[in-house]
Design a protein around this ligand. Structure first.
Ligand SMILES: Nc1ncnc2c1ncn2[C@@H]1O[C@H](COP(=O)(O)OP(=O)(O)OP(=O)(O)O)[C@@H](O)[C@H]1O
Ligand SMILES: O=C(CO)[C@H](O)[C@H](O)COP(=O)(O)O
Length: 319
């Protein structure tokens, strides 16, 4: 019988035992864990299950309001099944679970709650407001098949809520501000994506969402974007150099002086030589192509479509 460590919020030294692996209906190789929770007066046991260390870990980084949730909903549906919050858990949980995939939000590793950040004068983007040691221990545990009790950052109250149990899934996505910031966490990622949304588009998306859905005023949204900018430049933006794929969303070049922001330009930057990842190409690998489709064969509303593809370097990598 093997003994392993379950990484919890309160302590990093609870012990559990693993029995022989069994096959489940999902085809996962699962182990039964007996989890010993030590209390001062008595010892309680809880049974939890976990997979046998074959979890793929994907990191998705972007600033707030840059489409992480929107992108994740599409991605989890590609992997299979609708992603839903954990059943019977905290209604303000940030986690989404589908048949194959569990998505956690790294805001759950904020070490300072909203009041704490205000008192210390730091933003949520500042590494001092986040617990990277716990993030690393828990992502490592999940990747090696061990369940964890992850904290919950409550975006409604601004407080850190009691933890929730996260079991190792087939695909584990960590999305948030800092998935590639800490070198130890970065090393655990099998694949990483950075959503690089240009300022013009970010402002438009955030203003539209925060005014319509969160009741903020235009002035307060603009002030919050400005206040976060130095920390965004210092801690979030530099992560794109480590990403296996970067999706840039920029203003269109098809409409001169466009200020509506409804037509967008997207640049998909794919790193060469990433294990298990074959970059796509438009027609012919290695060539440089610019293509405006014939209007009679492929129609769309004004202002038309333009595609281009070609090799480049990005932060010293072939892409
Ligand atoms: N691909 C897209 N095309 C058009 N609009 C988009 C796209 N992705 C996101 N948006 C717009 O941006 C807004 C913010 O997106 P979303 O809530 O997914 O961001 P987020 O990064 O998860 O934000 P937060 O971290 O603040 O919760 C959405 O309300 C949506 O209107
Ligand atoms: O950048 C963010 C990540 O989504 C949030 O601003 C951060 O999590 C702080 O949250 P709140 O808005 O609840 O104070």
């Amino acid at each position: 019988m093997a003994v392993c460590t379950v990484y919890t919020v309160q302590s990093l030294n609870s012990t559990c035992s693993i029995s022989k692996p069994t096959k489940t209906h999902l085809g996962f190789n699962q182990k039964q864990l007996v989890f010993f929770k030590k209390t001062t007066t008595r010892r309680t046991t809880t049974e939890i299950t976990c997979s046998a260390g074959d979890t793929v870990v994907i990191g998705l980084a972007a600033d707030s309001g840059c489409g992480k949730s929107t992108f994740m909903r599409r991605l989890t549906s590609v992997f299979g099944g609708a992603a839903e919050p954990p059943k019977g858990g905290n209604p303000d949980s940030n986690t989404l679970i589908s048949d194959t995939t569990t998505v956690i939000c790294l805001d759950d590793y904020h070490s300072l709650d909203r009041t704490g950040r205000k008192e210390k004068g730091v933003t949520a983007l500042d590494p001092r407001a986040n617990n990277f040691d716990l993030m690393y221990e828990q992502v490592k545990a999940i990747k090696s098949g061990v369940a964890v009790e992850k904290p919950i950052y409550n975006h409604v109250t601004g407080l850190i809520d009691p933890p929730e149990l996260i079991k190792p899934p087939k695909i584990f996505v960590i999305e948030g501000l800092h998935p590639m910031y800490d070198a130890r966490v970065r090393e655990l990622l099998d694949f990483s994506i950075y959503l690089d949304i240009s300022n013009e588009v970010k402002f438009a998306w955030k203003i539209q969402r925060d005014m319509a859905e969160r009741g903020h005023s235009l002035e307060s949204i603009k002030a919050s974007i400005e206040a976060r900018k130095p920390d965004f430049d210092a801690y979030i933006d530099p992560q794109k150099q480590y990403a296996d794929a970067v999706i840039e969303v920029l203003p269109t070049q098809l409409i001169p002086d466009d200020n509506e922001g409804k037509v967008l330009r997207v640049r998909l930057i794919m790193k060469e030589g990433v294990k298990y990842f074959n970059p796509v190409y438009l027609f012919d690998e290695g060539s440089t192509i610019s293509w405006i489709p014939c209007g009679r064969k492929l129609t769309c509303s004004y202002p038309g479509i333009k595609f281009s593809y070609g090799p480049e370097t990005y932060f010293g990598h072939e892409v």
